[in-house]
Design a protein around this ligand. Structure first.
Ligand SMILES: *Cc1c(COP(=O)(O)O)cnc(C)c1O
Length: 373
């Protein structure tokens, strides 16, 4: 079986984890936490990194730190992973959805302003599958209406917009280090910012908000979102070769593109002029003229030992959210269409050229056979 995505664990990860165990620094204090936070934040052009237990908790911490709560609205794309929107709901705020762009599958910037109300507090763009959002107009809208920008960069470690790393372009950036992300800590996440007051508040909230002058006195409702030193040890080892891991994903995508570009009915991922796409997942759309449906293609690839995944299901189609009275009667046609047509092929940094060639050959074969049938 060729899996959709597997982490690449090397000798350094073993060495650093062993060091944690040998020195007894296994909980949420220790040198790897500090070093991983500092180095990853600097890589993204940020002064402060606040590690967390997951990408989801990094998003929740970001929203809480920004002071967003009951009665507030946050603008997000309809097409994203559930964590983005769940985090807003955890904070008691209301997610307000915007449709996607056809080419990059990111939030359609031209449809943001019509969704703003006096209760809007923030825009939460998501860099879908590793392609950066068009940040310049988003930042302009935020400035004009005095809104915060919280980036969900969980899928976009190393991606760039106009030469600057994503996650460091707004007020707060959030990352995930889940096992299939570009670098991993097993489970884990990080919130980034350049603003000292935000960093200080987030550091406090993630650690139960102990009152400084009197431990066990709490003036805020904090969380335990602390990453362990063991996770950070894996993260630091991964970080030390982040550029190699990103370049492998970009090389994989280039090879896929060159092998699939002439296949009718497959829409390939793009890389816009001012963007560096890191292709977290190598994602394509299967259009009608491909001849067989996306689901049939996935089924036949699975028979050949090739694992794939469908795209996200848009947020206005999620029972958990609809049952809360959200998004009733709303439609997001682009999000719905890409969700029906999209799949990702094996995308891990450890994939070989021979595996990619094999996958593309199988796709072409399945298509020819499917059309004859
Ligand atoms: C993976 C992901 C998250 C959540 O990260 P976890 O570490 O799994 O909690 C959030 N947003 C997006 C867009 C993601 O892809």
């Amino acid at each position: 079986m060729i899996p959709v995505c597997e982490p690449l664990i090397g000798d350094k990860e073993w060495e650093y984890v062993k060091d944690c165990l040998e020195t007894n620094w296994i909980s949420s204090k220790g040198k790897y936490i500090e070093e991983f936070e500092r180095k990853f934040a600097h890589y993204c052009g940020c002064k402060y990194g606040i590690s967390t237990t997951s990408g989801t908790t990094a998003l929740h911490l970001a929203i809480a730190t920004a002071g967003i709560g009951t009665g507030d609205e946050v603008v997000v794309p309809a097409f994203t992973m559930a964590s983005t929107v769940f985090a807003i709901v955890y904070a008691g705020a209301k997610p307000v959805l915007v449709d996607s762009e056809r080419e990059t599958w990111n939030i359609d910037v031209s449809k943001i302003e019509e969704k703003l109300t006096p209760r809007t507090k923030a825009i939460l763009p998501v860099h879908i599958y590793g392609h950066p959002c068009d940040m310049k107009p988003i930042l302009d809208i935020a400035k004009k209406h005095r809104l915060s920008i919280i980036e969900d960069a969980a899928e976009a470690h190393g991606a760039e917009y106009e030469g600057r790393k994503v996650g460091g372009l707004g007020d707060i950036g959030c990352f995930s280090f889940y096992a299939n992300k570009i670098i991993t800590t097993g489970e884990g996440g990080m919130m980034l910012t350049n603003r000292p007051e935000i960093a200080e508040k987030a550091s406090s909230l993630k650690d139960l908000a102990y009152f400084k002058e009197r431990r066990f006195l709490h003036t805020d409702l904090g969380f335990n979102y602390r990453m362990t030193n063991i996770q950070a040890a894996i993260g630091l080892a991964q970080f030390e070769r982040i550029e190699e891991l990103v370049e492998r994903r970009r090389a994989n995508a280039n090879l896929y593109n060159s092998l699939l570009k002439d296949v009718p009915g497959i829409r390939l991922p793009v890389e816009k002029p001012r963007a560096r796409n890191v292709y977290w997942m190598y994602a394509v759309l299967i259009e009608e003229k491909f001849g067989i449906s996306r689901d049939e293609l996935m089924r036949r690839l699975a028979e050949k030992g090739i694992e794939t995944r469908t795209f996200f299901i848009p947020m206005h189609q999620q029972p958990a959210l609809i049952n809360m009275g959200l998004f009733r009667g709303e439609n997001y046609p682009v999000a719905e269409e890409i969700s029906r047509q999209g799949l990702y092929l094996p995308s891990g940094s450890g994939l070989s050229a021979a595996q990619i060639e094999h996958i593309c050959q199988q796709i072409k074969k399945i298509r020819r056979k499917g059309i004859r049938e």
